[in-house]
Design a protein around this ligand. Sequence first.
Ligand SMILES: NC(=O)c1ccc[n+]([C@@H]2O[C@H](COP(=O)([O-])OP(=O)(O)OC[C@H]3O[C@@H](n4cnc5c(N)ncnc54)[C@H](OP(=O)(O)O)[C@@H]3O)[C@@H](O)[C@H]2O)c1
Length: 258
Amino acid sequence: MKLDLEGRTHLVGGASRGLGRAVTAELVAGGARVLALSRTRETLDALREELGDAVLPLAADIAAPDAVATVQRAVADAGGRLDGVVINGGGPPAGRALALSDEQWLGAYELLIGGPLRLLRALVPTLKADDGGSVVFITSSSVRQPIPGLDTSNVLRPGVAALAKVLARELGPEIRVNSVGPGRFDTDRGRSLDTARSQREGISVEEARAAVEATIPLGRYGDPAELGRLVAFLLSDAGSYVSGAAVQVDGGSVTAVP
Ligand SMILES: NC(=O)c1ccc[n+]([C@@H]2O[C@H](COP(=O)([O-])OP(=O)(O)OC[C@H]3O[C@@H](n4cnc5c(N)ncnc54)[C@H](OP(=O)(O)O)[C@@H]3O)[C@@H](O)[C@H]2O)c1
């Protein structure tokens, strides 16, 4: 299916690496411009070198209150109107509920909920309601099934999926809102989780990865492009009747029913 993204402008969080980068590449390949948001200017510039002028670098920390003004300026410079927003950034800290500090819990809240709420308050008025705006949150398989040792995600991310559901009701019919829950993907984040497990359990990184792969019915980590395609679909008119959905992309690893 060819997604008609010519002339569209999307803002993508966590765009310089991993899943956000894959979404950006898919959108650019479909003809869209992408305001590519992440904290490090150099990696964004490298992304523009690689993918071309359709990438508009936007250096900001999604968790920081001053990100809103920076993002609003960048949107204004790009013409003042957006077709879609992808809420995504780095993962929250690993650890068990009672061992994590108050600061870690508050930081995880700002990254996953507080910062995204501030950004969407500012960005929703710029979404092209007449053509149907679209918002996609990247969450995690933890919205359906807790992941051992990742309790900030296990506790807060179901709230993000709920936020997407609530916003789908509040912002419809003009704007669609969905969330996408990745299982394990081959990204820096996925690899850092394997490294942490290998250190915790005294096994090699390869053994840590093989142990996760053994729990995935498709038997492997996802390629970020496999998530990028789904997010591009949800942002495009091809997904015109999908709103309020929490879609898993996890190779079948979540065992909860439905
Ligand atoms: N990969 C997986 O297996 C997996 C599974 C489930 C859920 N997820 C979730 O999906 C999201 C993306 O994961 P990923 O694997 O793509 O991670 P990644 O490879 O670590 O990439 C994270 C991206 O987000 C940016 N970023 C980090 N903190 C940010 C912040 N505060 N503000 C703005 N940008 C920020 C990073 O660039 P800078 O460092 O330059 O800011 C980078 O571009 C994360 O929330 C992760 O928890 C991933």
